[in-house]
Every structure is written in structure tokens, then in C-alpha cells.
Design a protein around this ligand. Structure first.
Ligand SMILES: Cc1cc2nc3c(=O)[nH]c(=O)nc-3n(C[C@H](O)[C@H](O)[C@H](O)COP(=O)(O)OP(=O)(O)OC[C@H]3O[C@@H](n4cnc5c(N)ncnc54)[C@H](O)[C@@H]3O)c2cc1C
Length: 292
């Protein structure tokens, strides 16, 4: 997708780092070490968002920042307003924490560390920084996240994650958090109006496919929207056409991602996945492809 949009060279010049291998760790142990079927491109959201803003302005877009619109569905409106908040899901409160750090040495381009409360991904990004990003769940509200985030992101005692981050120099200004996440897949055809990205549905972060789905859903919407703007399609037909395209494209990966996400938190399912990975070396690649 990045290649077909013709933005790869520009992302490279911003310092995007190509990661071609991944480590999966739990506590002090490495469970799996693999080559990715295709390299992942790692760049901070700050750089990515600034880049997109610049590109859109160059293309003549009128962009107004620092304002919130009422996220209503009406003719001509495409909602790309991110996740639909859900305080709890099956009694769990899901939240994400993220910050950049320096002085962190990784053994692979991407590292995923499992803990009892969630999973934390590490990846190299521009300027020798490492993006540390975790998804967590809790039965009760978690107070003081703004002061305790380093403990959450640094892993438990004796863990490999704690070892990795023991000399980390955190960029406090890069810390961000998000709560009220809903990981239940949603169908475009069950929404009114036209939604793309997380505003449509959120794929579990373990897949590392959320940004791609946001861009893919925008891409899939373009032709019907162009037809609508030229008067070739009515708005209802446009939204239906886009919904069908999005549901056909995303349903399989959302289905597979759902049980993979479940496996991240269920010890039995976890051991099944690890054992299958040991017995069938191509299983992790298959999982990767199934969530694309
Ligand atoms: C913990 C965690 C880890 C993740 N890790 C990865 C990963 O490794 N790889 C990956 O690809 N994806 C990952 N994701 C998913 C990825 O972040 C999302 O899928 C992606 O950001 C979706 O893009 P989006 O543009 O749809 O929504 P967003 O990025 O949320 O953007 C929505 C924008 O709309 C704005 N907005 C919202 N409401 C309004 C309003 N009313 N008016 C005006 N503006 C509004 C918001 O401020 C925001 O700027 C992760 C997510 C989480 C929670």
C-alpha cells in the first residue's frame, strides 16, 4: 500500500526504519524469534501525521486543526475520528500507553513482550529512538496512569522487558495514553454513514495492522466517493458500496485477529499457539498472513 501510494521514498527520508525480524518474549524467556514475511516500516506517529498533513495541504486540502466536529453521519461526511469509545468489554477496561525512549538495545527490529496485564511492543523508529507501546487490561479503573506509566511499560521484575529498558532514557513529552478501547470487530454494513479506520472498527494491536487498515479503508473508499462527487452515485449507494468493499476486505483478518488477541491473554491458548509454532515452523508466517 505504501509503495502503491508512492510515498515510500519520502517516509525513508523522514527516518522510517525497516524491521524484518521479530522476537516474542514472556517474562525472562524468548518464546520465538522469526523473520517477518515482509518487513515492517517503523516511524513515529508525530512524523507520520506531520507528513500526511503536509501532503494534504500540498494537494490543496483545507485542514483545520484544534477543533472537534460533532461526529455525525450526513451526506458527504466521511468519519475518520478514530476509535469508538467503550468503557468496558466483558468487564475489562482496555487502555494503551506509549512513549519513546533512547539508550535501548533491541535484539530484533520488533519485540513483543507478554505480561499478565497485557503486551508491550518495542520497535526502532527514527533518530535512534525506540517506540514502547503497550496494550493493557484491568477489571477496575487504574488511577495515576500519568505518573505510573513507566512502571506499566517497563515490565515485571526479572522480565526481559525490564532488562531491555533498565537504562532507558525516556522522552516524557512523547508519552500518550488512550482508554475506553473496543476490540470487538464491527461491520461497516451495520453502521450508518461512511466510516474508515478505527472509526469503523479496531483490529487488535497485536497484529500491527491498524494503521494499514486505516489507509486501506481510505483507499477503498476513494473511487465510490469520486463517483458520488461527480454525480454518478447517490449517497446511499456510495455508503453501501464502500461498506460492502470494506466488509469483504476486512472480515477474514478481523476474525483471525480476534482469536489471536484472545490467545495473548489465555495461558492455554498461548501454549497451543507456541507449540504449534514450534511444530510447524511456517505457523507464525501463516498467522501473519491471516491477519492481513
Ligand atoms: C496500544 C496500541 C498499539 C497499537 N499499535 C499499532 C501498531 O504497532 N501498528 C499499527 O499499525 N497500528 C497500531 N495500533 C492501531 C493504530 O493506532 C490505529 O489503528 C490507527 O491509529 C487508526 O487510525 P485512524 O486514523 O482511524 O484513527 P486515529 O489515529 O485515532 O485518528 C483519529 C483522529 O481523529 C481525531 N478526532 C477524533 N474525534 C474527533 C472529532 N470529533 N473532531 C475532530 N477530530 C477528531 C483524533 O484527535 C485523531 O487525530 C495500536 C493501537 C493501540 C491502542
Amino acid at each position: 500500500m505504501i509503495q502503491s501510494l508512492g510515498i515510500r521514498t519520502r517516509l525513508n527520508s523522514l527516518g522510517a526504519v525497516e524491521s524484518s525480524d521479530v522476537i516474542l518474549a514472556s517474562g525472562p524467556s524468548i518464546l520465538s524469534r522469526r523473520q517477518l514475511p515482509q518487513p515492517a516500516l517503523c516511524l513515529s506517529r508525530y512524523e507520520m501525521d506531520q507528513f500526511l498533513l503536509h501532503e494534504l495541504k500540498q494537494a490543496g486540502a483545507n485542514i483545520q486543526t484544534g477543533q472537534r466536529i460533532a461526529p455525525e453521519t450526513s451526506e458527504g461526511v466521511v468519519l475518520a475520528t478514530g476509535r469508538q469509545p467503550s468503557v468496558t468489554e466483558h468487564g475489562w477496561r482496555w487502555f494503551g500507553l506509549k512513549a519513546h525512549a533512547r539508550n535501548v538495545r533491541l535484539e530484533a527490529g520488533l519485540e513483543m513482550h507478554l505480561s499478565k496485564q497485557g503486551y508491550i511492543g518495542l520497535c526502532r523508529i527514527e533518530d535512534d529512538q525506540v517506540n514502547v507501546c503497550g496494550l493493557f487490561r484491568s477489571r477496575s479503573p487504574v488511577p495515576n496512569l500519568s505518573t505510573s506509566w513507566k512502571q506499566w511499560l517497563s515490565g515485571q521484575p526479572e522480565s526481559l522487558l525490564l532488562h531491555r529498558l533498565k537504562s532507558a532514557v525516556w522522552d516524557d513529552s512523547s508519552f500518550s495514553s488512550i482508554a475506553a478501547l473496543s476490540l470487538t470487530p464491527k461491520k461497516a454494513s451495520s453502521h450508518s454513514g461512511l466510516r474508515i479506520g478505527d472509526a469503523l472498527t479496531m483490529i487488535p494491536p497485536v497484529t500491527g495492522n491498524g494503521m494499514s487498515m486505516a489507509i486501506e479503508s481510505a483507499d477503498l473508499s476513494i473511487q465510490p466517493l469520486v463517483d458520488w462527487s461527480r454525480g454518478k452515485l447517490g449517497w446511499n449507494s456510495t455508503t453501501q458500496k464502500v461498506a460492502t468493499l470494506l466488509d469483504q476486505t476486512f472480515a477474514p483478518r478481523l476474525r483471525h485477529a480476534r482469536w489471536l488477541q484472545h490467545a495473548m491473554f489465555d495461558p492455554l491458548a498461548q501454549s497451543l499457539v507456541w507449540n504449534l509454532s514450534r511444530l510447524i515452523p511456517s505457523f507464525p508466517s501463516l498467522l501473519f498472513r491471516m491477519t492481513r
